[in-house]
Write a protein that binds this ligand. Sequence first.
Ligand SMILES: Nc1ncnc2c1ncn2[C@@H]1O[C@H](COP(=O)(O)OP(=O)(O)OP(=O)(O)O)[C@@H](O)[C@H]1O
Ligand SMILES: [Mg+2]
Length: 287
Amino acid sequence: MTSSETEQTDEQNATPTPGTDGLTDSADDWSADQSTDDRTIIEARDLDVYYGDEQALQSVDVAIPEKRVTAMIGPSGCGKSTFLRSINRMNDLIDAARVEGELLFDGKNVYDDDVDPVALRRKIGMVFQSPNPFPKSIYDNVAYGLEVQGKTDDVDEKVHRALERAALLDEVEDQLDESGLELSGGQQQRLCIARAIAPDPEVLLMDEPASALDPVATSQIEDLIEELAEDYTVVIVTHNMQQAARISDRTAVFLTGGELVEFDDTTKIFENPESQRVEDYITGKFG
Ligand SMILES: Nc1ncnc2c1ncn2[C@@H]1O[C@H](COP(=O)(O)OP(=O)(O)OP(=O)(O)O)[C@@H](O)[C@H]1O
Ligand SMILES: [Mg+2]
């Protein structure tokens, strides 16, 4: 088990609690639709993250476009999960973690004192490496996220829609009352995606969502991610470079020391990167 697997326990047990609709009382128009092509939705400015004395991310600057798939790649321990968790403040749940610099979501620094992390996580959902359905029915797994947020209107319709968007409805329509734990690994991961999108977030963070799955289930998740990017911004960490090349529009390459070395269109990163270190990593000379 890797350190990142053990540290998931806290995250996976983190249950959302009711929050406000915006992140703050005064954030009513926060998610006003300003969509244009490649509008930036998430931006890190000089972001440092430390665990105690150890620095895990160093001066990360990056602008992530809305409704695109952005992949984060790099060798083990380079800070990919740390970066992902800094976006929706999941690092808050790790006592030793400390964040410096800015992480803007829709132009607002999520580390400002007036931001409610629970409300933030409603807008920025997360899917983890190992599928982690609750020991509840398929239906209740998806309804859960709506109920804790007090979204009790049209639950039935929203559950069905989320399962449909997660490309799972056809397979489970007749067994919604059965346990989510009885599904296959790939189905469980799609159930977790349905649970994450049911409250209608804007961003979906995925930390190696297919690494525990077989090739068929992996390919279904990849297809799904590309479809989801029509409606959501997807930020995905993957160890699989072919996967990053297949499904992402942009790729960020982190290298040892927590440095974001290059961020660009995925084709550029894989065909003609600026940095020799990135080229060496991509071509398998190290990492
Ligand atoms: N909860 C934690 N407490 C202390 N140090 C941590 C914690 N989580 C991560 N680290 C350290 O921060 C650095 C970055 O870890 P992180 O898990 O973000 O890397 P990663 O790129 O996601 O690695 P992997 O590919 O193995 O998942 C590593 O040195 C790691 O040991
Ligand atoms: Mg990781």
